[in-house]
Ligand binder design. Structure first.
Ligand code: ATP
Length: 321
């Protein structure tokens, strides 16, 4: 069987400038430059970068809100600006800081209106609404006007609204901003399940590295409008030489394990009962480090810590300055 892959997002040397006034002078801001990316159906991609890196501008071009200055873009096989209405049937957008719901209407009414806008038949509407109400736990506030909802409740309602028409591509702009730990976790679990159940493609911008770690199997990192990395989180860590850390609990207090091959001793606690050893996953593995360790001390428990994503991103930026 030949594998058929379809690009849900495809950009070729995409760019967007803004003309801004700087006192009396006019200046051109290059918000996005030379951006060539391809996202396939079913992927979950984190689009990350510092403030002003060009993330929102990219999303606006992907969804047809902004016209590109240069290059081309297709989303779900359509030209976003020319085919914006057709595209709206295939894409759902969630903005963490803006509502798409009707402020004074109960959540249920907003969902009804959206179902009508998307021309869902009544059976499809009922089935999908029931599914989302159950999975996003909207039941207890379906009759509440949006303006009375807590942020966590409103975000769940926003996600239901954006996904009601079962879009193939869901774009989320800072979906977990301001949410407490539990609400974030629930939302992430919902999105993972949506992808698993329906093959939905996810593209999210976020400053929350927990979102990236839990949700995304691919990262696009932008810096000053340009793509500077495209790959996995592990790959990103490798580009800046971020080590993994093996934490071992030992049967008895042990002098610092300074001579374990291919590791760097980071520190000890409890008089040497717990020790932390950094290693480069490109040159060795946790298993090999552990094997080398077991000749020196009795290991009773262990954990492997991944590098901190925020730190990795900071290092990528620092290396480019
Ligand atoms: N309408 C506009 N007019 C002028 N400049 C703009 C406009 N929109 C964006 N910019 C500029 O383009 C650059 C990219 O902005 P953009 O909002 O895309 O970044 P971002 O990565 O989404 O940032 P954030 O994480 O803060 O949302 C910034 O320098 C910004 O000031």
């Amino acid at each position: 069987m030949t594998e058929h892959t379809e690009h849900i997002v495809e950009t070729d040397r995409l760019g967007r400038d803004f003309k801004v006034r700087d006192g009396v002078r006019r200046r051109t801001v290059v918000a996005v430059d030379d951006l060539s990316i391809r996202i396939e159906a079913g992927e979950a991609v984190g689009y990350i970068g510092a403030n002003g890196a060009g993330k929102s501008t990219t999303i606006k071009m992907l969804t047809g809100i902004l016209v590109p200055t240069r290059g081309s873009v297709t989303t779900c096989g359509l030209r976003p600006v020319a085919d914006r209405r057709r595209l709206a049937r295939q894409v759902g957008v969630v903005f963490g800081q803006r509502t798409q719901l009707w402020w004074d209407l109960p959540v249920r009414e907003s969902l009804r209106i959206l179902a009508a806008i998307h021309s869902l038949g009544s059976a499809a509407e009922r089935e999908r609404t029931d599914e989302l109400v159950e999975r996003l736990e909207l039941g207890e506030f379906l009759g509440t006007p949006v303006r009375q909802l807590s942020l966590g409740q409103r975000m769940r309602a926003e996600v239901a609204a954006a996904l009601l028409h079962s879009p193939r591509l869901v774009i989320l702009d800072e979906p977990t901003i301001g949410l407490d730990v539990l609400s974030k976790q629930r939302l992430r679990e919902f999105l993972l399940a949506e992808r698993r159940l329906h093959g939905t493609t996810l593209l999210l911008t976020t400053h929350d590295m927990g979102d990236v770690e839990r949700l995304c199997d691919r990262i696009l990192l932008v810096d000053r409008g340009s793509l500077v990395f495209d790959g996995t989180l592990a790959g990103l860590s490798r580009t800046v030489g971020a080590d993994r850390v093996l934490v071992v609990d030992l049967a008895e207090p042990t002098p610092d394990l300074l001579d374990v091959p291919d590791t760097r001793h980071l520190g000890s606690e409890g008089g040497g009962l717990r020790q932390r050893l950094a290693f480069d996953p490109d040159t060795t593995t946790a298993a090999r480090v552990l094997a080398a360790l077991s000749g020196r001390a009795e290991v009773v428990d262990l954990a492997v810590e991944e590098p901190d994503v925020e730190e990795v991103v900071r290092r990528v930026y620092a290396a480019r300055r």
